[in-house]
Design a protein around this ligand. Sequence first.
Ligand code: PLP
Length: 481
Amino acid sequence: MSDEKSFHMTPDEFRRYGHAVVDWIADYQSRVESFPVLSQMKPGQVRASLPAVPPTQGESFDALMRDVEQLILPGVTHWQSPNFFGYFPCNASGPGILGDLLSSGLGVQGMLWSTSPACTELETHVMDWLVGMLGLPEKFRSSGSGGGVIQDTASSAALCALLAARERATGYVSNKKGFDGKVVAYASTQTHSSLEKAAMIAGIGVENLRLIEVDENFAMKPEALAKQVEADRRAGMTPSLVCATVGTTSSNAMDPIVAIGEVCEKNGLWLHVDAAMSGTAMLCPEFRHLIRGVEMADSFNFNPHKWMFTNFDCSCFWVADRKALIQTLSILPEYLRNQATESGAVIDYRDWHIQLGRRFRSLKLWFVIRHYGVEGLQHHIREHVRLAQQFVEWIRKDDRFELAAPAPLNLVCFRHKAGDAANQGIMDRLNRSGDLFLTHTKLNGKLTLRMSIGQTHTKARHVENAWRRIQQEANIADGDA
Ligand SMILES: Cc1ncc(COP(=O)(O)O)c(C=O)c1O
């Protein structure tokens, strides 16, 4: 048998098929509005269409793309449809997709500076750019005591913050000896569930994550936080971290960072600020009042993979004191030793997160920032907020509906006054129709509809059409009542 035998795709084949895939994606973008936003598949239907066993012999690329079109596409919920108003955006963009493709093409694993200096240094540079772009405190820059790292998700960022806070609160011995089950952390009843998961993984325990009550706007009550910290101290517990949220998942509530920060400063607690979706709005100076007090934070996180046109996954995490994070997460097996690391002159991002290996994620972020420019990004964020505020006005003017929470940015929580069954009916009929997709939450025990406006290509006509469809379904609900 010849040594030359190979099943690999040649560069020429790659070029040909690569062009075909890019063409397919461009066509997908043009026709995405023609698909039902929510996949209409039943459970098991996608798998039932796939062969039970893998192919023994390789197949043609045309066959692969045919199956993408016929078998996969019907099972896709179209997050990139401008009629997607569910959950929160997970938007993508041309420059983001191309940056991601380049990252795959280079196939770099950037666990150490030396395993690809550009992977580390571009990341550090872009993260420093973003400090200025979002109006974050200078202490988060790598030139000072802090620095930023790209994580996969906000959940991982919160876990890293909690681990560093646990170590700091226990004099950096918990990693070595374990700890006594007395470490406590604080979030609100509205904080994202990733904090609960982080408490499980960090060994703190869900019962030791105190869920502080919220006010009528669903924001954490700082007096209740102060009382709980005091009670825990008296009970001999070790308070470690408070998570304040800028834009809660359920209703986009804004925790008061200044007052929370004061409690943290007084008690030596780590303040983590989770701005997963709403952090992107800080590109626009007029929204930065929502992060007033952020200079008191020990860490800050936002997801460009939600609202900043950067394909999943890309979550930006900064710390004020990188030593605390590195001391928490660093271990150095012999096989990773190298001169650059020993010199102390480089960043090895493997010490800044849970996993060892890492992709070249900063490429897509760099492409997005350079393609749009700060002004381009600001334009689209302002437009999403403007459309959401217009939607708020429509809700206010239709006396069948009510607003269920303040809408400071791009998420509008509203409900039909006829009650839970009517709202459930409206949502189910809309989602079944495929015309648009929205999701719900519960606020004060009542089913509430959420209109989340942030998909890359959502324009006025999509929001107008969504409102027209919601009103049509409300007419049916009125008829039912
Ligand atoms: C405020 C907030 N924090 C955290 C998360 C979790 O994000 P991720 O999927 O990046 O872990 C979300 C959304 O899912 C969120 O809205």
